[in-house]
Design a protein. Structure first.
Length: 151
């Protein structure tokens, strides 16, 4: 198997660099570009306000059932869509898996933890692991050395 260029990414629990393999029959060029990560939730505006405050990005689009948080109206970001019957993840208990989670890089994990709790997060089991208001788990990770300071 050939290997492509080094890209920022995850290797196990450590955040760093990996080399993405180039697989036979798979285009070397990207097929597309990420538009938004869509997150199901019972109250899209409440989720968007929470993540807007955590990430420091504005709400750039909103209707009754769909809200976007991104750096600008021309940037990819997080989107929240109404799912009235959403079953909250029970992670780390496996009854209802986490489905997805975000790693949020921060300069000071303890200070950031206090801030997200004040914004409506709740603490989960694990090192700097929290749930957003709809129950989606996320981690506050120490900023990698390759990344510029957050604040």
């Amino acid at each position: 198997m050939d290997y492509g260029v080094a890209r920022p990414g995850r290797t196990g629990r450590r955040h760093g660099w990996f080399v993405a393999p180039v697989q036979e029959g798979v285009p070397a060029m990207p097929v597309g570009r990420l538009h938004h990560l869509i997150v199901d939730c019972p109250d899209p505006m409440a989720e968007a306000r929470f993540w807007s405050a955590v990430l420091g990005d504005p709400i750039t689009y909103a209707d009754e059932d769909f809200v976007v948080v991104s750096a600008s109206t021309a940037a990819s970001g997080l989107a929240f869509q109404r799912a009235t019957d959403l079953t909250r993840p029970t992670w780390p208990e496996p009854t209802v898996p986490q489905q997805m989670h975000l790693d949020v890089m921060v300069d000071d994990q303890d200070a950031a933890g206090e801030t997200v709790l004040a914004l409506g997060a709740r603490r989960l089991a694990g090192d700097h692991v929290y749930a957003d208001p709809a129950g989606h788990p996320f981690c506050l990770i120490r900023r990698p050395t390759w990344a510029p300071p957050v604040n």
